[in-house]
Write a protein that binds this ligand. Structure first.
Ligand code: THU
Length: 139
């Protein structure tokens, strides 16, 4: 049976406890569901050199790639105990686009709504036009 969005959000909630965020104190957990039906989790990993911090979404996707995942992303749940509706930052949206199905509305971004419920958005809604690398020889 397929995992529900509520269950995926619970995985993000559980893993957010492992966040390494001593500087911002803003914990984030992410759980990514692939077409293979495998789930990979990640947390934000901060650094004393603030700008090289990694977001939870990208550590989750990196973990999937390192473990050999080859399918597309079906859904990602993002959770922070410090903020409801914790939407992915712009850089993470571009990362999601890299591994999204051709129809990006099929990639669902699942968040905790104001009342604790699971709310989902299509990647197409929150990142309508990603950067694409189409190289042309200069004239
Ligand atoms: N953060 C994420 O993990 N994901 C996002 O999409 C945005 C921000 C983290 C980075 C930093 O550790 C903390 O949240 C505050 O910006």
């Amino acid at each position: 049976m397929e995992i529900t969005f509520e269950e995926l959000l619970n995985k993000a909630k559980e893993v957010s406890k492992n966040s390494y965020s001593p500087y911002s104190k803003f914990k984030v957990g992410a759980a990514v569901l692939y077409e293979s039906n495998k789930i990979y989790c990640g947390v934000n990993v901060e650094n004393v050199s603030y700008g090289i911090t990694l977001c939870a979404e990208r550590t989750a996707i990196s973990s999937a790639i390192a473990q050999g995942e080859k399918t597309k992303i079906k859904a990602i749940a993002v959770y922070s105990p410090n903020q409801k509706n914790c939407l992915p930052c712009g850089a993470c949206r571009q990362w999601l686009a890299e591994f999204a199905p051709d129809d990006t509305s099929k990639l669902r971004v699942v968040l905790e709504g104001c009342k604790g419920e699971a709310v989902d958005w299509g990647l197409d809604e929150i990142f309508p036009d990603s950067f694409k690398f189409t190289y042309c020889e200069p004239n």
